[in-house]
Write a protein that binds this ligand. Sequence first.
Ligand SMILES: CCCCCCCCCCCCC/C=C/C(=O)SCCNC(=O)CCNC(=O)[C@H](O)C(C)(C)COP(=O)(O)OP(=O)(O)OC[C@H]1O[C@@H](n2cnc3c(N)ncnc32)[C@H](O)[C@@H]1OP(=O)(O)O
Length: 288
Amino acid sequence: MGRLTEAVAAGGGASAARSAGPPPTPLPLPSTSLGCTATMASSEEDGTNGGASEAGEEKEATGKRRRLGLLATVWLTFYNIAMTAGWLVLAIAMVRFYMEKGTHKGLYRSIQKTLKFFQTFALLEIVHCLIGIVPTSVIVAGVQVSSRIFMVWLITHSIKPIQNEESVVLFLVAWTVTEITRYSFYTFSLLDHLPYFIKWARYNFFIILYPVGVVGELLTIHAALPYVKKTGMFSIRLPNKYNVSFDYYYFLLITMASYIPLFPQLYFHMLRQRRKVLHGEVIVEKDD
Ligand SMILES: CCCCCCCCCCCCC/C=C/C(=O)SCCNC(=O)CCNC(=O)[C@H](O)C(C)(C)COP(=O)(O)OP(=O)(O)OC[C@H]1O[C@@H](n2cnc3c(N)ncnc32)[C@H](O)[C@@H]1OP(=O)(O)O
């Protein structure tokens, strides 16, 4: 519980400590419209610098502990353990269901309560960014979490006929593997005992899982379109006393189109994080 004990003594805010230490010499990387400009300061290959790398990592871990107060550290540790456990329960339920029934039909229905609970709980990630206890960009976390909430509540929960689509299994598997890896990464990092394979998994699995998840989500929304058009669900027609109209069908088309500019930005953001964490590149991201 290294970070917990050191946090008692440190107790500082996140942003103050982030600005501590000598600034790297920046090399410009492309700017993204998710509100960040990235600059790359230096590069070292993974594992080739031996003791220097270990000393650097130790120093970095101590710096992180100082950034977080005790309360924030305890809360994040609890939150990450709970989320890892929640997604593990989901993974086990999905494997058991498939082994017992031999089909994906009925799978969503059997796991929906757990999924809704833990995915909705993840809204706290936006709160964590807003109050500054994690340094993730609010916009990056916001796009990531809101697209998931949208898929869970406004698509899969609301449109029962699509719950047995294969594409639902596609995004469920991608989300589940990602979240078990991600939350266990945060947990072990907070406890200062991060096994290399978890770090490696966190920054490699997404290369495949992100596109797989997005394809699953897009195919599921696509499958929902005929039903939405036929029923006119969530749509407001004119005339009405507020003189407002809303067509959920067109909203879904626009949402699908919005993946084209948004997804590459999240993906390239993760590729930059991968270079930083696995290959030691120092990437400084500044808000525009
Ligand atoms: C209303 C409708 C809206 C619809 C919108 C539609 C458009 C949508 C387009 C995009 C669609 C995306 C769909 C997504 C699908 C999937 O998820 S598929 C499955 C694969 N998915 C992934 O691989 C997801 C990858 N994403 C992530 O990992 C994150 O969500 C991220 C936020 C994008 C990554 O953020 P990143 O900037 O890399 O940083 P973090 O890992 O969050 O870390 C930054 C630092 O903060 C610390 N930290 C963060 N969270 C915690 C925590 N809970 N506990 C402790 N610490 C945390 C972390 O340790 C880092 O610290 P430092 O090391 O000190 O920097």
